[in-house]
Design a protein around this ligand. Sequence first.
Ligand code: ADP
Ligand code: ADP
Length: 233
Amino acid sequence: KNIIETHEISKRYVMGSEVIEALKSVTINVKKGEYVAFMGPSGSGKSTLMNIVGCLDTPTSGSYILNGQDVSNMSENALAEVRNKEIGFVFQTFNLLPRQTSLENVALPLIYAGYSKADRTEKAMQALKNVGLDHRASHRPNELSGGQRQRVAVARALVNDPSILLADEPTGNLDTKTSYEIMDLFDQIHSKGNTVIMVTHEEDIAEYAHRIVRLRDGLVETDRVNANIRKAR
Ligand code: ADP
Ligand code: ADP
């Protein structure tokens, strides 16, 4: 079953008299449970594709079917609703709220989803446990290492049980050893049946994915099964 189907999507940005074709005609299917890396040099369209796949933006033309639903022409509000339900985001800069504890940061998506306080605490605690950080539940981000902050962000991304974990340069702010620890966590998440998509320009990080899609100049250059899957341990 395809969780993602993009059919010949394009994205044009108009800047004054200049038109930039960030994506030209991109067709990608991702099945439920796949682990895919989107790669490509700077300016190849990775962020644009990630924004569309993550329902932060819509294509100029072509269609995008997410989990059976056509989201190509949705209003901002409808798109936000789909996004909250279907996508768990992880960013390079972690994007945690500095004054909130790990537990409060992880519980945040559950407020929007309408859970009671007791349920939020229970679910957030379980999500922290799943990333090995339940012992840091009451710490604030500045009391955590980079790797721990990213784990909290991963717990927050998964607490609502989204269809897709979408990670944008998840190791971009981490040292090598910590990067590999986060990739180990992604392996665990993938092995539990989650669909994982990460955008990275780092070859050694992309090699953890089971499939690598390379973009160039707004087009899919190659889309291959990764024959040399790297393991964290
Ligand atoms: P990547 O993430 O691979 O670096 P991007 O998707 O950010 O690529 O950019 C693809 C192209 O689209 C680049 O030429 C970039 O300058 C342009 N672009 C991206 N976002 C915008 C925008 N909001 N407005 C105008 N041009 C943009
Ligand atoms: P993890 O991979 O479990 O997230 P790291 O390997 O990144 O943790 O952290 C190494 C050690 O540094 C941990 O024992 C952690 O508790 C400790 N640590 C705690 N706070 C900080 C901090 N602000 N900066 C660096 N290291 C920290």
